[in-house]
Design a protein. Structure first.
Length: 167
């Protein structure tokens, strides 16, 4: 198994970092808009974005959704515990079979997984937790209700001084 930390770090420069910042701010930004802001030709910006996609730095483009406006305003994280012999793949399958599960994080230590769920109301949350408890070899759960959240819109890719050292 190849771990993420074993993969070579992509070679990108300051201009690539600026393009990534612009795309994180608005993934629908045109090559023309970015070219004007960065000071490159449209073709040069397109080549750079295409290269960032080819080498796997850009993995896709997405939309941000206000789930509360769609009736799915309750978020929670549920810790799942399994017997020590449970394969990671089985842990992930247990959670991904539940449609309300948004993300699955397998983690070191106790618990074995952290599951991000989105539901309509507290009764629906109870149903989801009960479904997770009955799935597979789950030996225990603990649920944390989200009261609010904050997301970093820009990250370490915007600060070259925070790059990890090369091994």
């Amino acid at each position: 198994m190849t771990l993420e930390r074993d993969m070579p770090m992509a070679e990108i420069d300051d201009i690539d970092h600026r393009l990534l910042r612009l795309l994180r701010e608005d993934g629908r930004r045109t090559f023309s808009e970015m070219a004007a802001e960065i000071g490159l030709s449209v073709a040069a910006v397109k080549r750079r974005v295409d290269r960032l996609r080819e080498i796997g730095v850009i993995t896709g483009f997405t939309v941000r959704i206000d789930y509360a406006k769609l009736g799915w305003g309750i978020e929670a994280f549920t810790e799942l515990r399994y017997p020590g012999t449970t394969p990671v793949g089985k842990i992930v399958r247990t959670a991904t079979d539940v449609p309300e599960v948004q993300e699955v994080f397998t983690i070191a230590g106790d618990p074995d997984a952290l599951i991000h769920v989105r539901v309509r109301d507290l009764g629906h949350l109870q149903q989801v937790i009960d479904r997770l408890r009955r799935a597979g070899d789950v030996t225990g759960t603990k649920t944390l209700l989200v009261l609010g959240s904050w997301t970093r819109d820009v990250g370490p890719v915007d600060d070259l001084s925070r790059r990890p050292p090369r091994a």
